[in-house]
Design a binder for this molecule. Structure first.
Ligand SMILES: [Cu+2]
Length: 351
């Protein structure tokens, strides 16, 4: 077979696989939640029912990779390495942070799958989990990503790149950043289930059970009234990032339903399924969009009790299997593109 013909056949094979994935995703519908494979799903929120292989560097659900460490704890994994050009910052000073993800061949990765409307999601938190940023860097060419970042206070920070290289599985790599100066450590985190942001009150309901999928519901209200017209953000009515206090493990969370599926209300409740790997304290950051602006509400929840035994039922609704893992998400049909938010929103959260 000559080369063009081989490429053609390969492309055709891909098209079949992708087509199958789309078909599966559609047929299963938004109610589908891959509960049996959930544990292998990593940390990024994914609209349910999409053939989402899971973000964050866990094994493919289909290959039943052994339970590995949570995502985000490594700077290099599966041959991919996060390489920031800068790790030293001056507090309060906006800096153009440039970085690459180098692939197994040692070169910067230039081809990415789109996940939740972006090729790469970039999360920056302070190590004490008081500061949270969810950013979308721009491609500066040749595999270089560029993002304007201000670290507000002196201290140590963790940056997570959440992406899926073309032809590879989703990964979340983490790298430390630091801002020099007089560092004042924050006190211990106390549980907090109500967040106030910009006149909005967001309350969190539900408990996190180690080792199983736990339903978490966030209710958004403004001036005492439930908000029922939340806007889609990254293909969902909310985007939840969960991090473990102590090591900043980046956890798997995905929303229950998606805009336009005919069953998911645009508030006031936004439901997620979160999987925490252990007992401990977790910080949850909810990005939600209303009135054209994305805001972040933050919570602190303790996960207690013993880990659930193997094979114990999950709280997730049982459903037909979702699309095969490792396949890209279907295009966002019928979901209006949320307005550009200019510079990504950023939140500082006091304890
Ligand atoms: Cu993002």
């Amino acid at each position: 077979m000559n080369t063009p013909a081989r490429i053609g056949a390969y492309a055709l094979g891909l098209a079949v696989v992708f087509g199958g994935a789309l078909g599966a995703g559609r047929a299963v519908g938004p109610a589908a939640t891959p509960s049996t494979t959930g544990a292998a799903h990593p940390a990024h929120a994914a609209p349910t029912g999409q053939p989402d292989a899971g973000h964050g560097g866990h094994g493919d659900a289909g290959t039943d990779a052994p339970a590995s460490a949570p995502a985000g704890l490594q700077i290099s994994q599966d041959g991919y390495t996060l390489t920031p050009e800068t790790t030293a910052f001056t507090p309060g000073e906006e800096t153009d942070l440039r970085f690459t993800v180098t692939g197994p061949d040692g070169r910067p990765v230039t081809a990415y799958q789109t996940q939740h409307e972006k090729k790469l999601h970039f999360i920056v938190v302070s190590r004490d989990l008081g500061v949270f940023r969810h950013l979308h860097p721009e491609e500066a060419g040749n595999g270089v990503w560029s993002v304007r970042l201000t670290l507000p206070e002196a201290g140590a920070y963790r940056a997570f790149a959440d992406f899926a290289p073309e032809g590879g599985r989703p990964l979340t790599l983490g790298a430390d950043l630091r801002a020099g100066g007089d560092y004042k450590p924050a006190g211990p985190l106390e549980p907090r289930r109500t967040a106030e942001v910009d006149g909005y009150t967001v309350t969190l309901d539900g408990d996190l059970a180690p080792g199983r999928s736990s339903k978490v519901t966030l209710k958004v209200s403004k001036d005492g009234r439930p908000v029922t017209d939340l806007q889609p953000y990254l293909g969902a009515y909310g985007h939840l990032v969960a991090l473990r206090d102590g090591d900043l493990a980046y956890l798997h969370v995905h929303p229950d339903g998606e805009p336009g599926d005919g069953r998911t209300p645009s508030g006031p409740d936004v439901t997620f399924y979160a999987e925490v790997p252990s007992r401990g304290t977790y910080r949850l950051f909810l990005d939600f969009q209303h009135g054209g602006k994305v805001r972040t509400a933050d919570f602190t929840v303790r996960a207690g009790g013993a880990p659930a035994p193997e094979g114990s039922p999950s709280e997730e609704p049982a459903a037909a299997p979702a699309g095969p893992p490792g396949t890209p998400e279907p295009p966002e049909n019928g979901t209006p593109e949320p307005p550009e938010n200019g510079p990504d929103h950023a939140e500082d959260h006091s304890h």
